[in-house]
Ligand binder design. Sequence first.
Ligand code: SF4
Length: 90
Amino acid sequence: MNWEWQQQAACIGQDLLFFHPDGERGRHRRARQLSAKAVCDRCPVRRQCREHAVRFPEHYGTWGGLAEEERDGIGGSGRPFGRRVRRASV
Ligand code: SF4
């Protein structure tokens, strides 16, 4: 698995913005997701990130500008995963 693209990620060190805390719902969740997507909009590796999230698949968090519910049904095996922490802290 090639993770080198993550070295260029615009979201390095921002996992709290990209993964929802337990029990988060409604407008708080939507606001956090919009903030995360704004970071994705200026990310140079958005395409690689989105392809990774759909291929493996990643079930939690915002990846490649898509929230988890937006990735449902886009490819992948449907295998359950635990929460995965991504991106090296730099
Ligand atoms: S596109 Fe992926 S790597 Fe880039 S900021 Fe968004 S979640 Fe991070």
